[in-house]
Design a protein around this ligand. Structure first.
Ligand code: GSH
Length: 215
């Protein structure tokens, strides 16, 4: 069955791979699954046809036959369940990989998103400058804790899993701020993720759409 995902017609990041379709593309590449991409404009994302797929009017979505999913956590989970390569065979190890997926989305991504909101959504507010150190400190605390847990290991729990895919994807979003570089073992962890051939293919595919002059 053909897998169809949605992505920005033109990503606001200009092809840096930070839009969330990249993590879904990466999971599909790790799983060796071909997929098609339907590009949507910001206006189309808020129209009924897209809202039927995604109640919050966002990308990415995932369609496979009669199944339509939204939320990257759920989409990557589904891909990992359906195909080998992203979840370990051992039941306990699989449960731990799922735990890391939740940790990435529920514990590490929120403070990172807060920084993006503070910079780009609320940058013109008079209180932003005063608030910024708190926002940055919350990210540093999380990265310190994550770095302590990762230690010298290559991945978070044994072999590379969907937990690492999600964690690396989330950490990539803080890389441009320079905060990731303060934690060399995490920066190396992210670089290991970026070096995976499946990530490279996913990155190149989104870049092919987003590079060049805006349409
Ligand atoms: N929690 C959602 C977040 C989805 C999301 O924020 N998508 C962004 C692109 S990366 C989007 O569509 N933004 C446009 C908008 O919200 O209008 C997920 O993980 O899928």
């Amino acid at each position: 069955m053909t897998i169809v995902i949605t992505a920005f017609e033109r990503s606001p990041d200009g092809g840096k791979g930070l839009a969330r379709d990249t993590r879904v593309r990466w999971a599909l590449e790790e799983a060796g699954q071909p997929y098609e991409v339907r590009l949507v404009s910001f206006a189309a994302m808020k129209e009924p046809a897209h809202l039927r797929l995604h109640p919050f009017g966002q990308i990415p979505t995932y369609e496979e036959g009669d199944l339509a999913l939204f939320e990257t956590g759920s989409i990557v989970f589904h891909i990992a369940e359906q195909h080998p390569g992203l979840f370990p065979a051992d039941a306990d190890a699989r449960a731990r990989a799922i735990t890391w997926m939740f940790a990435a989305l529920n514990t590490v991504e929120p403070p990172i998103l807060e920084l993006a909101i503070a910079k780009f959504g609320e940058g013109d507010k008079p209180w932003t400058q005063e608030r910024m150190p708190l926002v940055v400190e919350r990210i540093r605390n999380r990265l310190k804790q994550l770095s302590a847990r990762l230690g010298d290991a290559g991945w978070l729990d044994g072999e590379f899993s969907a937990g690492d895919l999600m964690m690396v994807s989330v950490l990539l979003r803080v890389k441009p701020s320079g905060i990731l570089a303060e934690f060399p073992s995490l920066a190396a962890y992210v670089a290991r993720g970026e070096a995976r051939p499946a990530y490279q293919r996913a990155f190149a595919a989104q870049l092919a759409i987003n590079a060049g002059e805006p349409k």
